[in-house]
Design a protein around this ligand. Structure first.
Ligand code: AMP
Ligand code: MG
Length: 313
């Protein structure tokens, strides 16, 4: 149990929030859509701590929040079409799914191992001040326990996440109240992945490009993306030892060829999961074996991801 402080979202509160985030701890913060649970998007363990606090049973890619176009360009490739959308709707409740930048500093857990990244430039002064104080992008899903509704007031956050996070910045009720619109920006088309207050008609009007609202292929249901990263090789789970031609991903007392966490720390394991899956995929071995991992706490989300990775394709 952590004691959850609620502080006014003033200068002192924002400084306290930035200090907690620098220590890898997530903080609830108002945005113009709903309250977000913000953490350092460049730190795998900070992102793992967001999942742990929410109790999320799976790793969905998170939105990276930036203050300006320069910060956006450090993490994503903005095409002319993306710039056009940014000109119309940023800062504001529009999230763009873009190709990740070549040397993006974003933690692989934040993008769930994908080569695309969801980026938003929020308008809310508190969220903007917090990103500026931290000095880099913040990953922030909605600040509510997994499976419960989003929070539009500090009190909602405290009821949902009280005892699980250190701080809620109270900036009053949020203005929009529903999550940001998500649009996948492709070279010559736009796909609406999640409807929000910025409508398909508004996106069409701004760009002159038809928005595909049907073929949202990337997401079958919230949190169930078919485009999730999966290795190209067979994956065998609960493997205490490796067979011939397997790259062995270890955990705890089983070191393997590379370990998710030698100390058996699930937070560290979550933070390293996608990096190690990529590494195993690129190794010369023809298959991947993964040591047993407990299904408690963050282990449930790790299991969910590994089961998808191991599913026959
Ligand atoms: P939340 O952070 O709770 O607002 O949810 C973020 C949403 O963005 C989820 O529905 C994700 O599936 C979606 N999302 C984030 N990154 C990507 C991506 N790279 N491609 C497609 N959808 C994404
Ligand atoms: Mg949510």
């Amino acid at each position: 149990m952590t004691e959850t402080l609620i502080l006014p979202a003033d200068e002192a509160g924002i400084a306290e929030a930035a200090a907690l985030i620098a220590r890898g701890l997530p903080v609830a913060v108002p945005t113009e859509t709903v309250y977000g649970l913000a953490g350092d998007a460049t730190s795998g363990t900070a992102v793992a701590a967001i999942y742990a606090a929410k109790g999320r049973p799976s790793f969905n890619p998170l939105i990276a929040h930036v203050t300006d176009l320069e910060m956006a360009a450090r993490i994503a490739i903005l095409s002319p079409l993306a710039h056009q959308l940014a000109g119309h709707f940023w800062p504001g409740p529009l999230t763009m799914v873009l190709p990740a930048a070549e040397r993006s500093p974003i933690a692989s857990l934040a993008t769930a191992g994908l080569t695309t990244i969801a980026v938003r430039m929020p308008a809310h002064p508190v969220m903007r001040a917090l990103i500026a104080a931290v000095g880099g992008p913040l990953a922030a899903p909605s600040a509510n326990a997994s499976g419960t509704i989003s929070a539009t007031r500090a009190g909602h956050v405290a009821r949902s996440l009280g005892g699980r996070i250190a701080l809620v910045l109270d900036g009053g009720a949020t203005a929009v109240g529903i999550e940001s619109t998500i649009v996948a920006v492709e070279p010559d088309r736009l796909r609406l992945l999640r409807p929000g207050s910025i409508t398909a008609a508004m996106l069409e009007e701004a760009t002159g490009i038809a928005v595909d609202t049907q073929d949202n292929g990337a997401i079958e249901a919230p949190g169930q993306m078919t485009s999730h990263y999966a290795p190209s090789k067979p994956v065998r789970l609960d493997a205490e030892t490796a067979r011939q031609d397997e790259f062995h991903i270890g955990f705890g007392s089983i070191p393997g060829d590379a370990s998710l966490s030698l100390t058996g720390d699930l937070n560290e394991a979550a933070a390293r999961l996608f990096d190690l899956l990529h590494r195993a995929d690129e190794a010369s071995a023809g298959a991947i074996a993964v040591a047993p991992i407990p299904a408690t706490g963050l282990g449930a989300a790790i299991h969910d991801r590994l089961k998808r990775a191991a599913a026959p394709r």
